[in-house]
Write a protein that binds this ligand. Sequence first.
Ligand SMILES: N[C@@H](CCC(=O)N[C@@H](CS)C(=O)NCC(=O)O)C(=O)O
Length: 257
Amino acid sequence: MRTLYQFPISHYCEKTRWHLEHKGLDYRVDNLFPGLHRLKSQRLAGIATLPILQDGERTIGDSTAIALYLEEHYPEHALLPNDAEQRRQVLELEEGFDRLGVHVRRWLYGQIRQWDSVMHAMLKVYRPLLGLRDLMKPVLINGVQKLYGVTPERVAKSQAELLAGLDLIERLTDGDPARYLVGERLSLADVAAAALFAPLFTPAGTPWADIAGHDTETQALLDQLHARPAGQWVLQRYAQDRRRDAQQNNGKAPVIA
Ligand SMILES: N[C@@H](CCC(=O)N[C@@H](CS)C(=O)NCC(=O)O)C(=O)O
């Protein structure tokens, strides 16, 4: 039995879903409730964050560690090149885009004006118990802003970082949305970049597709990014390379108590 402990709207968890599904590995998801998840994540893997993968007797925390574990134990449909230099580049880019994921997340949280639709996307998988789910919303909004450092100064810096990340995609692909970041085929670098930038471009079928309500300035910037080769690159990776043929057996929606 393989279990992915996750938050559905986490782009790091999306990265791990992509890895698992790329390799055609069946798994069930256990959606932990934000905040309370730490009780379980600490016990399972000694960390505060999700994703965590339990694969039989083994438990692996952190999306990059999970990716490397899957490459080692399930080498079919490899996402690491054989060539040593390309492999080095892929691993370096994977880590770089992982760091950028923090900026994408902070910038997006900094743009939210209608928290209702975000909270809905975040919490809809949990069954309400005695109104507790709704009571948690203000606590969560506050917690997210504190945890992810959503202050105007840091959000502005994150915008500069994420724009530099999109520039990098365009440099590595020569502005051609059909090309991969390293070599001629999909690698861990592409999956990291596409999954961690996906909340900006909301590809069909991703959990961010129904979050609405940006102000006009933010929407104008998002439209501009969408039209850039890097935005088209993310969408093309999703359209062509995001396999979804593995079986995802959703467990029962957890009750929050
Ligand atoms: N480097 C970690 C980052 C994961 C991460 O930041 N996860 C967030 C959700 S997007 C999380 O679990 N946050 C909850 C917390 O920190 O309490 C990875 O790649 O797995």
